[in-house]
Design a protein around this ligand. Structure first.
Ligand SMILES: C[S@@+](CC[C@H](N)C(=O)[O-])C[C@H]1O[C@@H](n2cnc3c(N)ncnc32)[C@H](O)[C@@H]1O
Length: 337
């Protein structure tokens, strides 16, 4: 091929930009490859040691034609440096692959899946939604609950700060997801009684199993239902609304907060954690995504949350940032005694 032809293919004088654009390939392919490797248990299979093509094909139930596709897919992982071929066996080599294979880092694996299944469609699809006046139904509660685990340590700490070790205390978690916070709080605070409310039936079933496994089902229970219509007689010392407020359209949010506030006993506290408008790429993606989902809405303004808390008769402290330099806040609002 003539040099001139090659240069034309590479964008002529814009060649450096064309070459730069090719650098987009690797991170996008890496995220897609890792997400698939997690989803289909390939990383898990390799975690225990190198595996050959036959073993992986059997684990994935790949027929004779599927073997060649699998070989090409594994080669992709090698090109990305996440796995390597060692004789006729494949082993984990990349740092991401090794960590995602480890169940202790399950939320990292969920993040890779979310990049592919949530971030890319949210950024790519936002203008389609806008132009076609259509909303997306694409909220996978199980994946969202897995990703939400990334913030879990900060939220668990926020709950434990409000629950004394020796005093009997009652906790209500609205939108409890996988019930991780309930489980953790009940495990760490033996005098705590906790109730979680969760809309998604599959998450409720999973959460109940895990509360049982942790041996706390006698003090921590999950109720399936919509917090907007659920009747609960009791009031609680601590009520949480974590990563939830954008599941409701803006016009409903003050009512949701007022409803949550009614379950806070005098002197008790409402903890609300939410991404708010602005922030980094990840946070802004949430704005695009929830802004495109049917029945949900864009991220709230921080001041609108404060106003709704005050409107519900609570006295909010100054919001605390959960991550440095991110528009992700913990609001702590007390009901006067
Ligand atoms: C992002 S997850 C957060 C889970 C957990 N609070 C956390 O922070 O890790 C939000 C959860 O709220 C649940 N949810 C959404 N709308 C709800 C409603 N109207 N009533 C009860 N739960 C709801 C969703 O199914 C989802 O599991």
């Amino acid at each position: 091929m003539k040099l001139r032809t090659m240069l034309t293919m590479l964008g002529g004088t814009a060649a450096p930009t064309y070459v730069g654009a090719m650098r987009l390939l690797a991170p996008i392919h890496r995220a897609a490859w890792l997400a698939a490797a997690v989803k289909h248990g390939v990383l898990e299979a390799m975690r225990l040691g190198p595996r050959d093509l036959d073993e992986l094909a059997e684990a994935l139930d790949a027929g004779p034609q599927g073997r060649e596709l699998l070989r090409a897919w594994l080669r992709h992982g090698c090109l990305l440096g996440e796995i390597s071929e060692d004789g006729d066996r494949y082993r984990l080599t990349g740092r991401l692959a090794k960590h995602m294979a480890d169940p202790a880092h399950a939320e990292l694996a969920a993040f890779a899946e979310a990049l592919v299944r949530i971030h890319v469609p949210a950024v790519y699809g936002a203008l389609d939604h806008l132009r076609e006046r259509r909303a997306s139904d694409a909220l996978d509660p199980a994946l969202v609950a897995r990703v939400a685990e990334m913030l879990a340590p900060a939220l668990e700490e926020a709950i434990l700060r409000q629950v004394p070790i020796e005093t009997p205390t009652k906790l209500l978690e609205l939108g409890a997801g996988s019930a991780r916070h309930l489980r953790n709080a009940a495990t760490q605070r033996p005098r705590l009684e906790a109730v979680g409310v969760e809309l998604d039936e599959a998450l409720v079933a999973q959460g109940r199993r895990e509360l049982g496994r942790a041996g706390v089902s006698d003090r921590a229970r999950l109720v399936q239902g919509d917090l907007r219509s659920l009747e609960l007689e009791a009031t609680f010392d601590v009520v949480t609304l974590f990563n939830l407020i954008y599941y409701f359209p803006p016009a409903e949010r003050a009512d949701v907060i007022a409803r949550a506030a009614r379950w806070v006993r005098p002197g008790g506290v409402l903890l609300l954690a939410s991404s708010c408008r602005g922030g980094t790429l990840a946070n802004n993606m949430m704005d695009l995504w929830f802004g495109s989902v049917r029945g949900a809405g864009p991220l709230p303004e921080r001041d609108a949350v404060l106003e709704a808390l005050r409107g519900a008769g609570l006295a909010p402290d100054a919001p605390e940032r959960i991550l440095p330099a991110e528009e992700l806040y913990l609001f702590t609002a007390r009901r006067p005694a």
